[in-house]
Design a binder for this molecule. Structure first.
Ligand SMILES: [Mg+2]
Length: 153
């Protein structure tokens, strides 16, 4: 399992965690919370990085909380940060998950695979091993059948 301790992941809300429905809250995008919860478990600090503010922002934070996601910070680098003109508005996350990425939003299962490349390799290895195993059984079975045929003749 990849260790994401100390890694800040900035996540957009509208169009990324949920379908676009601003100022309302859209339907959850497939696997959004499942993926975020897993990244959280793996040590990542999740930052909600959205253009929402005021009540609409509160609603988004509450919606995520109800779905099991408590953000490390919201529109900030860290919880205690006070934003004024002396602070750059750009946060310094390590990874950004946003539907405005060049190429668009790939979907949460793709996000997961990009962040967990070893898991993909493991899956591929498992697939190969299991297909080898099938081949072994097939060979054994075929051989046995031939022996039976030989026994009959
Ligand atoms: Mg968006």
């Amino acid at each position: 399992m990849v260790d994401f301790t100390g890694i800040k992941i900035a996540v957009d809300f509208d169009g990324t965690i949920v379908e676009h429905a601003y100022p309302d809250i859209g339907k959850e995008k497939l696997f959004a919370f499942q993926t975020l919860k897993q990244l959280n478990k793996m040590g990542a600090s999740l930052i909600l990085w959205t253009f929402r503010s005021g009540v609409e922002l509160d609603n988004a934070v509450e919606f995520c909380r109800k779905n099991g996601i408590e953000f490390y910070a919201v529109n900030k680098n860290y919880p205690e940060e006070i934003i004024d003109d002396s602070v750059s508005r750009k946060i310094d996350a390590d990874i950004y998950i946003d539907d405005k990425n060049i190429g668009g939003f790939p979907g949460w299962s793709e996000v997961w695979q990009i962040l967990n490349p070893f898991e993909l390799q493991e899956k591929e290895a498992e697939r190969r091993i299991s297909s080898m195993r099938k081949n072994i059984f097939k060979r054994l079975f075929t051989r046995k059948t031939k022996t039976d045929e030989n026994g009959l003749s």
